[in-house]
Write a new protein. Structure first.
Length: 208
């Protein structure tokens, strides 16, 4: 998983409330278990017409926001089903941070497992960041995770809260597999000792 420390870029304003996981990645694209290739289907029904043409009025189809890495959204972002394809699609599109007043719990935790930083801020701050985002390429936000700050285009800084464990995992690029592999030496030592103490349990088993 890629590390997340500091990110500066254009933010896309999406002030809708209750953006659910079916809006993020419709059900017909859930057949794959690959994490790549889903970005082109992010917000599929909002981005494209029935014949596949882009809707020019949709925010991510507008020139200033085609390569956005930050979303500023409304409350209850990521509600609906628990599909992990939703953060996969966001990440594959290039989005590393979503800022909203609130998130659905499962989606919120899935973001951290996939290298996306979800930031919760009060609605009045979200309104200000949304206005910043509406200025497109003329306004860039900086997300400073180590110092837990969102820095607005005018230099004003907004603090945010984040669980210390989630922060550690993002900064060091650790998903659940990475966390386990960080303990590889201890795991190997335990298996060696266990094999010596109870060899009858290990008949036919070879350590890798």
């Amino acid at each position: 998983m890629d590390k997340f420390t500091e990110l500066t870029g254009v933010a896309a304003p999406m002030p809708m409330v209750n953006i659910d996981t079916d809006m993020l990645i419709p059900k017909q694209f859930l057949k794959t278990i690959k994490r790549t290739g889903l970005g082109k289907h992010l917000f599929d029904e909002m981005r494209y017409t029935a014949d596949g043409a882009e809707r020019p009025d949709f925010i991510l189809n507008q020139p200033a926001y085609r390569h956005t890495q930050i979303l500023v959204a409304g409350e209850n972002f990521g509600c609906g089903s628990s599909r992990e394809h939703a953060p996969w699609a966001l990440l594959d599109f290039g989005i590393r941070c979503v800022i909203a007043p609130s998130f659905a719990d499962i989606f919120y935790n899935n973001c951290f497992k996939n290298g996306i930083l979800p930031i919760k801020l009060p609605q009045d701050i979200i309104d200000q960041l949304t206005e910043d985002a509406r200025n497109g390429a003329n306004a860039r936000l900086t997300i400073d995770l180590p110092n837990q700050r969102v820095i607005r285009p005018d230099g004003q800084s907004v603090s945010f809260e984040i669980d210390a464990f989630h922060k550690h995992c993002l900064i060091h690029g650790l998903d659940e597999i990475g966390l386990t592999m960080a303990k590889a030496g201890q795991i190997d030592s335990y298996e060696t000792r266990h094999r010596q103490d109870q060899p009858w349990l290990w008949n036919g088993i070879t350590l890798g």
